[in-house]
Design a protein around this ligand. Sequence first.
Ligand SMILES: Cc1cc2nc3c(=O)[nH]c(=O)nc-3n(C[C@H](O)[C@H](O)[C@H](O)COP(=O)(O)OP(=O)(O)OC[C@H]3O[C@@H](n4cnc5c(N)ncnc54)[C@H](O)[C@@H]3O)c2cc1C
Length: 353
Amino acid sequence: MALTADVVIIGGGATGTSIAFHLAARGVRDVIVVDKGFVASGATGKSSACVRQHYSTTETCRMIRYSLDVFERFEDLTGGGSCGFRRTGYLLGVDERMQRPMEASVALQRGVGIETRLVSPSEMREARILEETEVLAIRVEGNRIRGVDTSRGPIEAPRVVNAAGLWGAGIGAMVGVEIPITVCRHKINIVTWPEAAQRPHPMVYDFVTNIYTRPELSEHILVGGLDAEESHDLADPDRYKEGVSLDESMSALARVSHRFPVLAEGRIARGYAGCFDVTPDWHPILDRVGPEGSFVAVGFSGHGFKLSPAVGHMMAALIAEGPGAHPDLDTFRLSRFIEGKPIRGTYGDWLMC
Ligand SMILES: Cc1cc2nc3c(=O)[nH]c(=O)nc-3n(C[C@H](O)[C@H](O)[C@H](O)COP(=O)(O)OP(=O)(O)OC[C@H]3O[C@@H](n4cnc5c(N)ncnc54)[C@H](O)[C@@H]3O)c2cc1C
């Protein structure tokens, strides 16, 4: 017999589980989260978990303020223990070209307030999660969603949320919606500090050498790439090179040593690669598209971990109350691409900010 639910969420990563959590807080409790692997088996499990507030559009600033508050009060809000969030401080390295845009970004960030809400532990437990359950098709009758067919049988539901990350375009195609996502490989290297140089340090984003870093325990530094070049390293999310080559590690070490010269004596401890689901303007798509009852929250372009609490909050508002329920939803509509109105921050072509 088919399972039934009010809402099926496809994807058990940070986005899908945050939407389920926020729906439960709004009283929408008959929810099933479906994942073809297991919770956090996609990009979420590989995220560098950098949470920075420096963004250059008002909407993303508001989202990160909301999200930061949730990470800091995670235990109180969820009753699920601490998420291990640690404040390190954040330093942004720019040269003269970026000084004006950075000043504009800082002014913009100062103008943004904080949104918070409390959610009880019992509400948190209301979402059902089915792991190792792949959505194979979405059922549509007339122009209305009727549910999904999974590898373990059907689920009847009037609303389905596409939170499938790297696989989001394929899920969109199931309801005839074209979602402009490319999947590209993103490399991380963990470098060991020379012993004498080990000390606390902030996250550093460096537009000059195109790297970002954050402390990794006390003896290591995590180094990721910021290159637009990376968006051309296209990948199949089910079959991509998860390791990093010696050349890739050496390139990362050379770039991070430019900013931290002492790391010329550092050692590569390990490296790995994950994938980003990148939209043409490097901002997500949060919308109601296709048949009645079809929702989408994909295309996080390397920002989805830190924004996931706010995304859950905004999507739950959209699902429960409709498009007018949150003032920033319109900015992230899918149609912005065919309208020729992509989201642009103050850094122009530096789309990752
Ligand atoms: C190396 C790396 C470093 C990163 N660093 C940061 C960072 O520092 N800060 C930050 O904010 N972001 C970072 N990101 C980005 C962030 O990890 C992602 O944007 C975020 O985790 C996306 O979450 P998601 O839930 O949308 O997607 P995912 O975590 O990919 O979840 C999607 C889920 O959908 C499931 N799924 C797909 N198709 C189906 C189907 N047909 N049926 C059922 N289930 C399905 C998958 O199994 C998967 O579990 C990083 C990403 C990578 C790869």
